[in-house]
Design a protein around this ligand. Structure first.
Ligand code: NAD
Ligand code: ZN
Length: 358
């Protein structure tokens, strides 16, 4: 019997550009990297209505044929049916393995477009153009792509890295406040687990109306860099990538109990982070919640009434797909910027953390 060792690395280096007005950079990069005469642009319907002209300027100089494939906005597009429609369209137009696919939109478009790219012809070159704050700082980085199944979210998918990510804050000019607030929760998460200085830069920004100025470019670049660092160290999610779940085990339970759509992901994660900070403090860790408090008005301003049945919330936490052997694993903080994974056995502390946050 022979023994073959294959060292298949999942690592791939790619640029993540964040800026205001990236048109020339993107066009030049596309010209340098691809020699096909066509490109597929999988694009969210709202983004297509609002920003089509920008995309045309980016792509037209480099490609003879730019095929726009519009997908309906919203989570429902992360479906097997929508995957099929996009794949059908690409295959009927005609595609080569070197034809790039650009996914332009929020996390929904990135996840669906990325999954199409990973499967058609066993993999097309993928470029992410995130257009929501959440997509810029979170979903476009790290290579997770996928769709939902009727038994649960993100159950079908692949780890598939893009060739590049281009985050142009001009897209954010048209973003709803609700979507800004969702992205802000993820940025606060990066502050908590890696760089509490982010809170300072941030306070003045979020108290005004949201405008995508240069200050945002640096906050987004810093946040995207933190996510990139963490996933680089743990591309297949076996260890420290779990820290990115800070606030999320609580948050997912809240989303589930409140009913999806009643509360946004960002609101739920914000409340979840408050609970996780309180739990950490109960264990004697020095986590002073003050930096988070200044963001409270931002969330209270929008938030619909929260569920208050703590037992139901704890049950929902136990049914999270990340729970193993009935052990609730929570990301807590030793202090700011020092996260760790805690196996939760003390349900009265958990209850108290919920009561504090709600
Ligand atoms: P989304 O893609 O649904 O976008 C939110 C809304 O904003 C949509 O109505 C969209 O049409 C609109 N929109 C997008 N860009 C706009 C713009 N520039 N101007 C105006 N409107 C715009 O939601 P999202 O919050 O970006 O992403 C959520 C999804 O991301 C979820 O499906 C989640 O599972 C996924 N996600 C994936 C990862 C990952 O690692 N792959 C990480 C986090 C979240
Ligand atoms: Zn999140």
């Amino acid at each position: 019997m022979s023994n073959i060792n294959l060292d298949i690395t999942t690592r791939k280096e790619y640029p993540i550009e964040v800026g205001k007005g990236l048109g020339n950079t993107v066009s030049a990069w596309l010209g340098e990297h691809y020699s096909t005469d066509s490109v597929f642009v999988v694009i969210d319907e709202n983004v297509n209505n609002l920003h089509r002209e920008r995309l045309e300027k980016w792509c037209q100089p480099q490609f003879k044929h730019v095929y726009y494939i519009e997908i309906p906005e919203g989570e429902r597009s992360k479906s097997i049916q929508q995957w099929k429609e996009v794949a059908d369209e690409i295959l009927s137009i005609g595609v080569e393995r070197s034809t790039p696919l650009m996914a332009v939109g929020g996390g929904v478009t990135g996840d669906l477009g990325g999954f199409v790219a990973s499967t058609v012809l066993r993999g097309l070159p993928l470029i992410h153009v995130p257009t929501t704050l959440l997509a810029m700082v979170d979903s476009s980085i790290g290579g997770k792509t996928g769709i939902n199944h009727n038994t649960g979210k993100n159950l079908i998918g692949a780890f598939y890295q893009p060739d590049a990510v281009f985050a142009d804050v001009h897209f954010l000019d048209t973003l709803d406040d609700k979507e800004w607030v969702t992205g802000i929760a993820e940025i606060l998460k990066y502050g908590a687990i890696r760089n509490p200085d982010l809170f300072k830069d941030f306070e003045s920004l979020v108290n005004k109306s949201f405008t995508a100025n240069e200050q945002w470019v640096s906050v987004i670049a810093e946040s995207a860099g933190i996510k990139a660092d963490i996933v680089q160290e743990d591309a297949l999610e076996s260890g420290i990538r779990a820290y990115l779940n800070f606030g999320h085990t609580f948050g997912h339970a809240l989303e589930k109990v409140a009913g999806y759509g009643t509360i946004t992901h960002g609101e739920a994660v914000f409340v979840g982070m408050l609970a996780a900070c309180n739990f950490s403090a109960q264990l004697g860790h020095s986590v002073d919640i003050t930096p988070f408090k200044s963001f409270l008005p931002l969330y209270q301003r929008q938030m619909s009434p929260l569920p208050d049945d703590v037992d139901e919330l704890i049950e929902a936490m136990k049914s999270d797909k990340k729970v193993k052997n009935n052990m609730l694993r929570l990301v807590l903080l030793n202090s700011w910027a020092s996260p760790y994974v805690h196996d939760c056995t003390d349900y009265s502390a958990l209850r108290e953390a919920w009561e504090f946050a709600l």
